[in-house]
Design a binder for this molecule. Structure first.
Ligand SMILES: [Zn+2]
Length: 540
């Protein structure tokens, strides 16, 4: 028995079956499909009915997992009794798979008895097909030699699933001593590899390889206009966590927002992340929509390799080293991508904003600091640890004002909400008490529009500093445009044109180059949209 299991370790098993009524439901045809996939290197087969097992056994010595499906209305009972198991064994099956779910049937033998008789009378290993972790534990305890996720999404209790259940696999790998088999809804080579990496003993793939009708339907569905599966986008900021369902055109629906509760530390932030995502996921599923994945934008530097938080910002203490991608994948059962929030805003601009018609641009967002990102050839530059495009921390005044990164003279020390406030006060301006720097900046914004000299002067000072930073960007990347966003810029019709003129005056051949500096298009939900775009990028 151990020898058969060892042959399957880390390997691909192909399930060769056809649905009743399918033109391929024919012994000779199934036999040829089996010959084709074993010729290509499949390490084993999963085959329905003694007749098909016997036919394929004539061609192959590979392990065959035999099953006997019995249709009961909508439900399918897999190898319902010992007689079926014995017939499969006689036909040449090497392993017998059977339904070990909690479901109650009005026919067949109890599965515990079938397992015991297969061992004793047929001397074959048993694969238990289950739908839940409890069923997996019960089957392993009852002596199953391997346990497969096969029936998850197919029972009344686990219905409405048509993607692979990663948390179930992870739970089984942790809790069950016998080999865990990944089967059901594995639809791509990437998912197969991921299952083995996650600890599956082997992977069984059926429809995605052996049913051309199903494969054709999938192709046709993806070609329907607007038919691409939506994604869930999340934006974890210092104050709020926003989430929503994002379609392939960037439209956001089913939005939620919950307080981040950053002082509560990583457990509080993680719990609030779940509070924000779960309602979106449930509402989407209630509408019959199956999100293709989850994209998360988070403050802090994100490790590009594993989606963990490489370094936290002061806004999110305790977030450092949090395995964000792994946590979210296990919690929500969706493939997950993580990106720094500034980069997410750039991705939103790239996929859904002005960036759609640009191939090389730099986007910067001015707020409490400066976030930014560089797009080259239509791709966001992320860097090894997610730090690429940290435009706020390039020095425009050597030995200048102190910056919270530890250096002096960074662009961010001269252009931010706090910097606007400082410049305004230096010109004798005063602010009504109450509120933070952002609220004060909003007041100065309004005062500048109304023509207050101190406010207008403060904006002119910031335009000068920003022009120096953006001139450096043009010298480094020569982009088609620099796109600027942030509440501080809104409503200031003179601000960016003034910056653009000054940039031109600072650049070599600037008059000829006519550097384009303009307002970005992506709005308040840019983080949510940009995070979701990672899912669509991966799908392409
Ligand atoms: Zn700095």
């Amino acid at each position: 028995m151990a020898e058969i299991l060892e042959k399957l370790r880390g390997q691909l098993v192909v399930s060769c079956q056809a649905a009743p009524g399918d033109p391929l439901e024919d012994t000779e045809t199934i036999r040829r499909i089996a010959r084709s996939v074993t010729g290509a290197g499949a390490a084993g087969l999963r085959i329905n009915s003694p007749e098909h097992v016997a036919a394929i056994r004539q061609d192959s010595d590979l392990p065959i997992i035999g099953i006997q499906k019995r249709y009961c209305g909508e439900r399918i009972h897999i190898t319902p009794d010992f007689a079926s198991a014995a017939a499969l064994s006689a036909a040449g099956a090497s392993i017998i798979a059977l339904d070990c779910t909690d479901r109650v049937w009005d026919h067949g033998d109890p599965w515990r008895i079938v397992i015991e008789r297969i061992h004793r009378e047929l001397n074959l290993p048993v694969m238990a097909d289950i739908a839940t972790l409890d069923e997996a534990r019960a089957a392993a305890a009852a002596g199953a030699d391997m346990v497969g996720t096969t029936l998850n999404g197919y029972t009344e209790q686990t219905g409405n699933h048509d993607s692979f259940n990663w948390p179930l696999l992870a739970g089984m790998v942790r809790q069950i001593r016998v080999p865990v088999i990944a089967e059901g809804h594995i639809s791509s080579p990437e998912e197969a590899r991921r299952a083995v990496s996650a600890g599956a003993w082997c992977v069984i793939v059926g429809s995605a390889i052996s049913r051309p009708g199903v494969i054709t339907s999938n192709f046709i569905r993806t070609l329907q206009p607007g038919a691409a599966a939506p994604a869930i986008g999340v934006d974890i900021g210092g104050t709020l966590i926003k989430a929503g369902l994002v379609d392939a055109r960037g439209q956001v629906t089913l939005t939620t927002q919950v307080p981040t509760d950053a002082p509560g530390g990583r457990d509080a932030i993680a719990a609030n992340l779940c509070q924000a995502v779960q309602p979106v996921l449930s509402a989407a599923r209630n509408q019959g929509l199956v999100p293709a994945g989850l994209g998360i934008a988070s403050a802090g530097a994100i490790d590009v390799q594993d989606g963990s938080v490489f370094a936290a910002t002061d806004n999110l203490p305790g977030w450092a080293c949090f395995p964000l991608q792994k946590f979210a994948e296990e919690r929500f059962g969706l493939p997950t991508w993580v990106v720094n929030d500034a980069h997410a805003a750039v991705l939103a601009e790239l996929h859904f904003g002005l960036g759609r018609s640009l191939s090389d641009f730099v986007a910067i967002t001015i707020g409490t600091g400066i976030g930014g990102g560089v797009v080259c050839g239509g791709k966001l530059l992320r860097g090894q640890h997610g730090f690429a495009g940290t435009i706020g921390h390039h020095v425009i005044r050597e030995g200048g004002l102190p910056c919270n990164c530890g250096r002096r003279g960074c662009l961010e020390a001269y252009v931010s909400t706090a910097a606007l406030l400082r410049e305004y006060r230096e010109r004798g301006g005063s602010i009504r008490d109450g509120g933070d720097d952002a609220a004060a900046a909003l007041q100065i914004n309004q005062l500048a529009i109304a023509g207050s000299p101190a406010a207008v002067g403060a904006y002119q000072a910031l335009a000068g500093y920003l022009a120096e930073g953006i001139a450096n960007i043009f010298n480094l990347f020569d982009p088609e445009a620099v796109l600027v966003s942030g509440g501080l810029v809104e409503g200031q019709v003179q601000f960016l044109p003034s910056v653009a003129r000054q940039v031109a005056s600072l650049l070599h051949f600037g008059a000829k180059r006519q550097p384009c500096v303009q307002a970005a298009q992506a709005g308040r939900l840019a983080g949510v949209q940009g995070a979701a775009s990672l899912v669509f990028e991966a799908e392409r």
